[in-house]
Each structure stands twice: as C-alpha cells, then as structure tokens.
Design a protein around this ligand. Structure first.
Ligand code: F6R
Length: 586
C-alpha cells in the first residue's frame, strides 16, 4: 500500500523524508518520490526503490511517498508527488479517488493539463483551481469535492505549512518542538518523536513549525488527544536478525504474553449474543477459523467464519449475532466494509486489531487490541499468534461468564493459556532442525499441509506462509479430504507436512499419513508423541501440553519452515512480490 510522509521544522527535510519512507517500505511499493519546498518547489520521483531517487535539493519542509500502483502502471510519471499546472502545489495520496474521472473531465475543460494515468493527480489540480491566495482555504474546498478513500498531504511553494486529510486511509501526526511530522504509520517518525495524534476519518490537519491544528470537513476545530507511544524504534527494527519476519517469529513469546496481560485487565467481555460471525482476510481469516473451533468447543454457540470480501456482499440473514472483525492492520478495506455494514444493521461488532487508532476502530462497538508491537514483515506471524490468544481468552472468559465451564476447567484452561509463551519459546530452540527440513524441501514444486479440527486452519496458514514467501505452490487441507481428490497429486517425494497432536483426531490423522506415505510422499510430522516417528520420514517434536493449545506451537514450526525455505531460495522475505502489509483497496 502507498505510504505518505511529511515534515516541517528545522532538520534536513530530505533526510527526514527519505529515512521515514524507508521505515514505511514494509507496506510494499513500486515507486517513490519526494517534494521539498525551498526557494521553489522541487520534485524527484521514480519507479523502483527509494535508494534509486537522486534528491539533489534540500530544505526544511516537504512531503514524500511510496506508491503501490492501483490506477496506472508503476512508472516515473505515475509516481507521486504530483504537481499542479503552475508547479506551485505538490500532493501525495494514499487510497482511491472514486470520482476522479468526472473531476478530471471538469478540470481538463477548464484547461488543466494532466501528465499521469492516476486518480491522485486531480487533487493537485483541484487545489490549484480553488487557490485564491489562501492555501488552507483551497485545500478545504478541494477536499470537499472528493469521493473515495484518501489520506493526502499537500504543500504550496509560497506558504510554510503542510495541509493533510484523512478519510478511510491511515494518517498519523508526530509532534516535535518547532517541528512536526505526518505519516501513514507511526514507525516512520518514531526516531524523532513519541508524541502522536491519531487522526480520525473526516479530519483535516494544518501543520506548521509550531502548531498542529485539526478540523472537521466544515472547518470546525477538533480537539485531539496526544498519545505517548511506549514502544521504541528498535521494536520496529531488525535488531540483528536478517529479516523482520525472523525477528517477529522470535518475538512471539513476548507478543503473546503482552497481549494476554492486556486482556487480563479487561472486564467488559461479557457480551450478549446467540451466535457469532467472524469476518477477516488472509492470515487473520485463519485465526478466525481456529477461533470457530475454540468458541464452539467451549461455548456451544454456532460460529460462522467468512472472508470479508465475500461476506460484505452476502444478504444479511442472522440477527442478534456478534460480529468479530479480525485485522492486524486495522486498515483492510473489505473487513472495514463488513464492520460498517454489520454495525449499521444492529449487530454487536468487536474488532481484534494490532494497530491503535487504526481505521477499523472507528466502525465497531468494541476493540480488543493485540499487543504484538509493530509487525513489519509483510507475512503476518506474531500478530497471528496474538490474535489466537485473544480468541482463546475471549472464549474461555465468555464460557465462564455463561456458567458453561466449571471453575476448575476455567483454571486449567487459563493455566494452559499462560504457558503458551513458554511453550513457544521451547519450540523456537528447534529452529536448526526446521532449517534442515527446509533445505530438503526447497526444490519442491508442490507441497501439502494437512491437519484436522483445530489444526486444519493451521495447515491452511502453513500453506499460505509457504506460498507467499517461498513462491512454492502449497495447499492446506483437512487431512480427511485428501482421498476426495488431492491424493491424485501425491507422488514420489512431494512434501506433506502433517500436524498430529494427541487429541481425538490422532488415530485418524495417522491413517491419513499412511495414505500419503504409501504413495511415496515425503512426510514431515509435527507432534509431541515420539511414536509418530514410525509413520513419518521426519518428526519435528513439539513440547508436550494440552493439545487444545497445539495451534500455537504448530504454527511456529510452519512459520519457520516457510521462512528457511524462502531463505534457501533467496526470496525477498520481508517484501514478497505483489503483496503489501495493509490492503486498503477492495
Ligand atoms: C499473510 C498476510 C495477509 C493478511 C491479510 C489481512 O501473511 O499477512 O494474508 O493476513 O492481508 O490483513 P489484515 O489482518 O491486516 O486485515
């Protein structure tokens, strides 16, 4: 997704903007650009990486952008910032201007000349059209004409300020002394300030060296709370790990522990519902599927899980449901649309997200934050286990409130939940063995991941991790389904990763393992039971414990397997091709 930054103050704007853009690289991008105001207005923008920009000008006021193409191919002319015809105004934009075609036609008729194929360029021309010597006024007028989702920052060569707006795309402000910052995400400016204002949809912001004023679209002042960020830039850096993904895999004991501790202080989870709908995308959807098993097991309440992109277009058929929206970024467009729809039709809506003040929090009744810390690698890892622990906690607490489980069962479940960080730690020491397995499978063209019950979604997640970062075709399957089709694809040496916890599915999944072994698959078994080694080519032994909590350790094995496989293949692990960290388009 696109990333926006802005700076006004006393430092080199070039340095601040380029450093801040680098910190937004995780969002994925295909071109980058910078505009700096000094005696004039200078722009450098290019297809490719930030390092390829040749910025041979500087100043103390400017904006920057990383672009993830939506309208118009990734090339130099479609890169941001965009200028107006007079070269006085520069803008950067994240999101989609839905009515750009009609606006463009109107502006072209008035004589404006466009150079790009993007939707964003209209914003610069629209501000120019309304400019009568007052940049702020022109910005307000231009914004009132836009439809769609947008976070925009704009500068004018003859006024020392940045104007910005947030509407359904992220934008945060960093407050300094005689300097101020803006960005799509906090890590962009965290090395300069920890004082942050999170903008809400429909807010316009004026930044000067010495003040930040926030207004609604009508121009009324809005008073904003200043938040103090507790995590440091080191939390958002690699700290000696080769990739963010590896660092984030190893941070899981802490991420789960921090998430649990924050949950312990919540006493507002006694919600009234007859059934639950969980809506999410990608890895968060897999967390939702695990949540279904856990909630149905403990609460005996029906749970349906949907991809947000499907759910939002379904007719509404369920009343008195609780809708749980899971999204690590809090910015996924389809998940937000589902939240808005269900809230407006009367369902209780609960978001589980990792990003404080992210867009989804504006559209739900309740928010449960996962406290995983910033996740930079595009492939979700620690946010996934933090989502899982949140869903387990929610299910266990709700079962207690409803009197469905005895206090002894409650204590036992909570005690197992508290042990999860320790169990993950014990799993992480197995990284070298997992690396050896990755070396064996790295030349494979196809792979299968199989599991049952709670571990079926973990098989799906293992396959997703493998395909997105190694580019090996991988499929996750409920183990009992193999013989209904996919077994035809099992031949000599095809890797099959089987999740075999000692639960009520144990014997059944061993039978499924025999089915694939008989067809010469290379079977990697993941289990706490030694005897599994008799049925598989390699056993990765996970710590013993209540199998109800096995998804936590099993998924860590699969994350590491995907990571090392991708590393052997020399892939761009933190920024897999075609993917982005937060998916703000539908
Ligand atoms: C995969 C991955 C994606 C996200 C999906 C939803 O590793 O990260 O599949 O899970 O794009 O993102 P969020 O959770 O931000 O809604």
């Amino acid at each position: 997704m696109c990333g926006i930054v802005g700076y006004i103050g006393f430092r080199s704007a070039k340095d601040v903007i380029l450093r801040s853009l680098k910190r937004l690289e995780y969002r994925g991008y295909d071109s980058a650009g910078v505009a700096i105001v000094n005696d004039g207005l200078n722009v450098e923008k290019k297809k490719g990486y930030i390092d390829s920009l040749k910025v041979d000008f500087d100043g103390t006021l400017g904006i920057g952008h990383t672009r993830w193409a939506t309208h118009g191919v990734p090339d130099d002319k479609n890169a941001h910032p965009f200028l107006d015809c007079g070269g006085n105004i520069a803008i950067v934009h994240n999101g989609i201007i839905e009515n750009y075609i009609s606006l463009k036609e109107e502006l072209v008729k008035k004589g404006h000349k466009f150079i790009s194929d993007t939707d964003s360029e209209v914003v610069a021309h629209l501000i120019e059209e309304y400019y009568r010597g007052d940049f702020k006024d022109a910005f307000f007028r231009a914004i009132s004409r836009l439809k769609g989702s947008f976070a925009i920052a704009a500068v004018h060569r003859s006024e020392r300020k940045i104007m910005a707006v947030k509407h359904e795309s992220p934008l945060v402000i960093g407050l300094g002394d005689h300097e101020n910052f803006l960005a799509s995400d906090i890590p962009a400016f965290l090395e300069y300030t920890k004082r942050v204002i999170v903008l809400k949809d429909g807010e316009i912001c004026e930044l000067t060296d010495d003040f930040v004023h926030v207004y609604d679209f009508e121009g009324n002042p809005v008073s904003k709370e200043v938040q103090h960020i507790k995590w440091s830039i080191e939390d958002a850096e690699k700290s000696g790990y080769e990739h963010f993904m590896l660092k984030e895999i190893f941070e899981q004991p802490r991420a789960v522990d921090d998430t649990l501790h924050a949950l312990f202080s919540r006493n507002d989870l006694n919600l009234d519902f007859d059934r639950i709908t969980i809506v999410a995308c990608g890895t968060s959807y897999h967390a939702g599927l695990v949540g279904k098993y856990v909630i149905e097991e403990l609460l005996r309440v029906p749970v349906e899980v949907y991809y947000a992109s499907e759910y939002r277009y379904r007719p509404r058929v369920v009343d008195n449901a609780l809708t749980i929206l899971i999204t690590q970024s809090g910015e996924t467009a389809d998940t937000i649309a589902a939240a808005r729809r269900d809230k407006s039709s009367g369902n209780i809506t609960l978001a589980i997200t990792n990003v404080v003040g992210s867009s989804i929090t504006n559209y739900v009744d309740k928010v449960l934050y996962t406290n995983a810390g910033p996740e930079i690698g595009v492939a979700a890892t620690k946010t996934f286990t933090a989502q899982l622990v949140t869903l387990y906690y929610f299910a266990i607490e709700s079962a207690r409130h409803r009197g469905i489980i005895s206090s002894t069962t409650y204590e036992n479940l909570m005690s197992s939940l508290r042990k999860v960080p320790h169990n993950i730690e014990n799993m992480l020491v197995m990284a070298t063995q997992i690396m050896k397995e990755a070396e064996k499978i790295r030349k494979s063209k196809n792979m299968f991941f199989i599991g049952r019950g709670l571990n079926y979604p973990i098989a799906l997640e293992g396959a997703l991790k493998m395909k997105e970062i190694s580019y090996i075709h991988a499929e996750g399957y409920p183990a009992g389904e193999l013989k209904h089709g996919p077994l035809a694809l099992i031949e000599n040496n095809v890797p099959v990763v089987a999740l075999i916890p000692p639960d009520r599915t144990y014997e059944k999944i061993l039978s499924n393992v025999k089915e694939v072994s008989a067809r010469d698959a290379y079977v990697i078994g993941i289990s706490s039971k030694d005897e599994v080694s008799r049925y598989v080519d390699t056993l990765i032994k996970v710590p013993e414990g209540d199998p109800f909590f096995s998804p936590f350790v099993n998924v860590v094995v699969l994350q590491l397997l995907a990571y090392y496989t991708a590393k052997f293949l020399g892939r761009e692990i933190d920024k897999p091709r075609n993917l982005a960290k937060s998916v703000t388009v539908e």
